[in-house]
Design a protein around this ligand. Sequence first.
Ligand SMILES: Cc1cc2nc3c(=O)[nH]c(=O)nc-3n(C[C@H](O)[C@H](O)[C@H](O)COP(=O)(O)OP(=O)(O)OC[C@H]3O[C@@H](n4cnc5c(N)ncnc54)[C@H](O)[C@@H]3O)c2cc1C
Ligand code: FES
Length: 279
Amino acid sequence: MKAATKDVTMAIPHLVQQFTKETHDTFTLELVPSAGNAQFSFKAGQFNMLYLYGVGEVPISISGDPDDESKIAHTVRSYGAVTSRMMALKKEDWIGIRGPFGNHWPIEKLSGHDILLGAGGIGVAPLRPVLYYILSHREKYGKVALIYGERTPGDLIYRRQIEKWRGRFDLEIYVTVDSAREGWRGDVGVVTTLIPKTRIDPLKTVAFLCGPEIMMYYTIQEISKEGVTDDRIYISMERNMKCGSGFCGHCQVGPKFVCKHGPVFLFKDVKHLFWKREM
Ligand SMILES: Cc1cc2nc3c(=O)[nH]c(=O)nc-3n(C[C@H](O)[C@H](O)[C@H](O)COP(=O)(O)OP(=O)(O)OC[C@H]3O[C@@H](n4cnc5c(N)ncnc54)[C@H](O)[C@@H]3O)c2cc1C
Ligand code: FES
């Protein structure tokens, strides 16, 4: 019998199983499928279109553990019309999901490499599944480092989890903030100031970067100076999206559809398109 094809235009209802407030404007939703719908699987770096009924739909990366098919996690920063209304969601509310869409970080084929994860702001959300994956297969990788920059200490997401990960001997976690008040004992400065701490071996390192384009731009500049070549750098790009599945052209950048050919790109392949808005 032929397997039923998934209808990517239909939002499937999911229940909010848990709502966790991460910061004053950022929250994590753990969602479970409504009865009868199959378990959900995804790869680190993919995203879903989340539909807040009666309000609208937005692309949001999946931020949970790829090995945990029992729930789907999304970390959302309240930004505009839809995401700010999502902040009012609570346990047992309904939300629609289409997805997963897009390609993923190629972590599975990087066994033997050192991995550098560079996150700016909410860009840490699509990188968290990579960390979960690495920790489940830790023996496959060399040195693993996360550099993460936020605006202020109060904006740091996954704070408790990051503190826990920081205590491990097999992970290097470096966090910085743009500005801090008294009481913050960590680094202050842009994320690139953390790069020297990671002591990159350019011949072994592959970098995954996600954050504002300006942050990725300067991080690429700095790690290039350390000798990391463009074919060892992956970036996740964001563009306005509608269909999420390569039909509408909303997310087009040059010949690429970010929803379909991305959001994860090898920097070498999109260097000439980087910085360009929709066209
Ligand atoms: C692949 C992908 C993954 C994403 N993952 C996450 C995530 O994990 N967590 C998270 O909080 N956000 C994520 N985003 C961003 C999120 O989709 C936007 O913040 C959201 O769509 C804003 O919708 P809104 O209705 O709240 O705001 P709106 O009222 O629509 O937006 C306000 C302004 O921002 C502009 N805008 C909206 N979305 C984008 C965009 N993607 N790029 C550039 N300009 C935009 C609008 O044109 C408008 O001017 C992701 C985006 C993409 C494309
Ligand atoms: S969002 Fe429609 S083609 Fe990418």
